[in-house]
Design a protein around this ligand. Structure first.
Ligand code: HEM
Length: 499
């Protein structure tokens, strides 16, 4: 079941990352590998001149050659062209931008994007999901290479990038952190499959019991059935608690990885250099009033939002599984996250639909609420998701908000060269303070109250982030207060009567 579902939605053991990315494209696509490899060598406008001069020696690839390209090659072509084209548009600085790209680049770009069912823009899929290789092949992604096994290029665990636009280690690290998070996410998705399997087993059991009870109303075997059912239910609760605990562990690894961003990605580099490339072209009329144009293609207006890991299918999958998504009431947040689907490969956002349908029928939350079992494990997962979002918010403060505020405080902005094409918005176009805090609050508010018959927890339930208010604890404390109040009143009345 697991492998079939994964295959259907183009998910691998590394989650939404493929099992392997193609580094070098075959003839006649080799030229795109070359243009991508040379991005770091040509600085500023020199890159556009280099591309223009190089492609005059080539005829554009034929439609048939594109059609015959295998899917894994199309992913690679898409990734390379997204980066080549963004480098070509911006040439490292907003002052150098152009809104027109050559047919030679634009045609295969649109083809690859359409084939994958994703926007033609600098997406999370382009720079992260399809842009990595292993440092030591045949070792897992989380293997730590020995010093003699690593190359000079930067790596996070056993993962390094295929391309960067600037050649900087900071840019590479920015992608690597997200890639490794996605890879840990592969384990989270496996847990989700196991949860769905377990719940379908549970509901089968409930249905069978109902049928049996209807068929054999006065059956002598009733006791045996009940005992058997009790054991089965205990087994399911035990397994459910185990899967939820494993999910929480992987979520914690994702949070630890978010915090690694600070190690090798300089905030100044991110804000002043890399963010230019993450700008998109439908948020700021100053640069692309008519969208992006491709020479020779007139029937397509190309408008897109800037690159952001908000385009990750992983975090949305987690929201769906834990039904945090259903608690999202703010229409802007809902609309924005839905809008992100066009920036995900088609099969990945189809997976989100599949998961949503399944989560309605086989709902972990419903199971936990109705049985009162596994509440602590369920809440622990939400604590971990909230901790992930808080850690992420820490990045936004350090890499974006700090600079925006500093800029606001400078009276004469003309004295600095302005590379901030986003104003006080995130690269994906939101007001990050409102947007991200709304999601943190929603995650915390999705926690369930503790129930009395939950015996499944035999682990340390220390909160990952003790600053996160735990609604179940608050509820329990209030009910205790109430009980003390009643006891005190009864006691006072008794004393009064005796006297
Ligand atoms: C320096 C690093 C980062 C910065 C500055 C940053 C910035 C932002 C901003 C401003 C947003 C709001 C949407 C927008 O307008 O773009 C956002 C959303 C988001 N980012 Fe990041 N981000 C960073 C790293 C990451 C990493 C490593 C991940 C992990 C996959 C990630 C995942 C997300 C997700 C899932 C959202 C959607 C909101 C949510 O579901 O909580 N970001 N990010």
């Amino acid at each position: 079941m697991n492998s079939k579902i994964f295959e259907q939605f183009d998910i691998s053991t590394l989650g939404f990352c493929p099992e392997k990315c193609i580094e070098n494209l075959p003839e006649p696509f080799e030229i795109y590998t070359e243009l991508a490899n040379n991005m770091p060598i040509h600085i500023g406008i020199a890159y556009r001149n280099y591309v223009d001069a190089t492609i005059t020696n080539f005829t554009p690839v034929q439609e048939l050659e594109l059609v015959n390209l295998p899917l894994e090659h199309i992913k690679s072509l898409y990734s390379k062209l997204c980066m080549i084209i963004n480098k070509y548009i911006w040439c490292d600085h907003p002052n150098s931008f152009t809104d027109t790209i050559p047919y030679f680049l634009g045609r295969p770009w649109l083809f690859a994007a359409d084939k994958l069912g994703i926007s033609a823009s600098l997406t999370h899929a382009a720079v992260d999901l399809y842009n990595w290789k292993l440092v030591v092949p045949n070792k897992p992604f989380d293997y730590s290479p020995k010093p003699h096994e690593t190359s000079a290029q930067i790596n996070l665990l056993n993962v390094m990038n295929i391309h960067t636009m600037t050649g900087s280690n900071d840019e590479s690290w920015f992608y690597l952190v997200m890639i490794v998070i996605e890879m840990y996410g592969g384990n989270v998705l496996s847990c989700f499959n196991n949860l769905v399997d377990l719940l379908s087993h549970y509901y089968d059991l409930c249905n069978n019991n109902n049928n049996n009870n209807n068929n054999n109303n006065n059956n002598n075997n009733m006791d045996i059935d009940d005992t058997h059912r009790k054991i089965m239910n205990e087994d399911i609760a035990h397994d459910m608690a185990g899967i939820l605990r494993t999910t929480a562990e992987h979520l914690q690894k994702m949070t630890m990885t978010v915090n690694k961003m600070y190690q090798n990605c300089d905030p100044e580099f991110f804000f002043n250099k890399l963010r230019v490339y993450l700008s998109g072209n439908d948020t700021n009329g100053q640069y692309f009033p008519d969208g992006l144009k491709i020479t020779g293609i007139t029937d397509r207006v190309i408008k897109f939002k800037g690159g952001s890991a908000a385009q990750s299918s992983l975090i949305q999958a987690i929201d769906i599984m834990f039904q945090t998504e259903q608690k999202m009431v703010c229409p802007h947040v809902k609309h924005y996250l839905q809008d992100m689907h066009q920036y995900m490969p088609r099969k990945h956002h189809e997976y989100l639909e599949y998961l949503r349908e399944n989560a309605k029928v086989f709902s972990v939350r419903d199971y936990v609420e109705t049985t009162g079992l596994c509440v602590k494990e369920y809440n622990k997962c939400l604590d971990c998701l909230a901790a992930f979002r808080r850690a992420h918010y820490g990045l936004v403060e350090k890499y974006v908000l700090r600079f925006v505020q500093a800029k606001d405080n400078v009276s004469d902005t003309n004295t600095t060269i302005d590379t901030n094409v986003h104003g006080n918005k995130g690269s994906g176009g939101t007001d990050p303070v409102v947007f991200l805090n709304n999601l943190i609050d929603t995650t915390i508010n999705s926690k369930l109250c503790a129930a009395t018959n939950d015996n499944t927890d035999n682990t340390d339930n220390t909160d990952l982030d003790s600053t996160i208010p735990n609604s179940s604890v608050v509820t329990t404390d209030l009910s205790k207060l109430w009980l003390w109040y009643v006891i005190t009143v009864i006691f006072a009345v008794c004393v009064y009567r005796i006297l």
